[in-house]
Design a protein around this ligand. Structure first.
Ligand SMILES: [Zn+2]
Length: 196
């Protein structure tokens, strides 16, 4: 498992709901947390590790010593949004890119925990931003889609760089062709609720 970068097709995949919590799923969640900490991120969605499941992990402290703040979120649904906030945002699949993104200030979210409990939380400010950014990922929506006209213009050069690097890696055979990557995702999605 590794974190994929834009424009890997997994980042545009619309994930499938998780219907079974088993060892394979728990193992994938643990691996995702490790990758998130290694990359010093505060959140990581399944699509960012090329898994087609409706799952993300987060820890707003980004600190592996503060495990009490880490969470695995299954099948999140944003029930309500209130207010707005404009803050700089980044994404582990877009190294080096930070842009101002408008998000709701507060959200009410319903999800399942890894123990199978249904949870409902209200999150504000930074935590609300994490929930919105990561839940978007599970529908193939990226933070660059949320930029205004000026942000888009500012992001253009970096996106072109990431695209060029990705295609180079593909032509060197370091990354399989997109058709193969998509086939893999669909096979995993059709194979049941969890990766094997
Ligand atoms: Zn992201």
């Amino acid at each position: 498992m590794n974190i994929v970068q834009y424009p890997h097709p997994a980042l545009r995949f619309v994930t499938r709901p998780i219907v079974r919590i088993d060892d394979a799923l728990r193992h994938a969640a643990a691996q995702m947390l490790e990758l998130m900490y290694e990359a010093r991120g505060v959140g990581l969605a399944a699509t960012q590790v090329a898994l087609p499941w409706r799952m993300f992990v987060y820890n707003p402290t980004a600190d592996p010593e503060k495990r009490e703040h880490e969470h695995v979120i299954l099948n999140p649904v944003i029930m309500e949004k209130r207010g707005s906030q404009d803050e700089s945002e980044g994404c582990l699949s877009f190294p080096g890119m930070y842009h101002k993104v408008r998000r709701a200030k507060a959200v009410k979210v319903r999800y399942h925990s890894l123990t199978g409990n249904q949870v409902e939380v209200e999150a504000t400010d930074f935590l609300s931003r994490i929930f919105q950014h990561e839940t978007d990922h599970l529908s193939g929506i990226l933070f660059i889609d949320k930029l205004g006209p000026i942000g888009r213009l500012a992001a253009r050069q970096n996106l072109a760089r990431l695209e060029a690097e990705y295609r180079d890696a593909q032509s060197m055979g370091e990354i399989p062709p997109d058709s193969e990557l998509i086939q893999r995702l669909e096979a995993l999605a059709d194979g049941g609720s969890t990766p094997s």
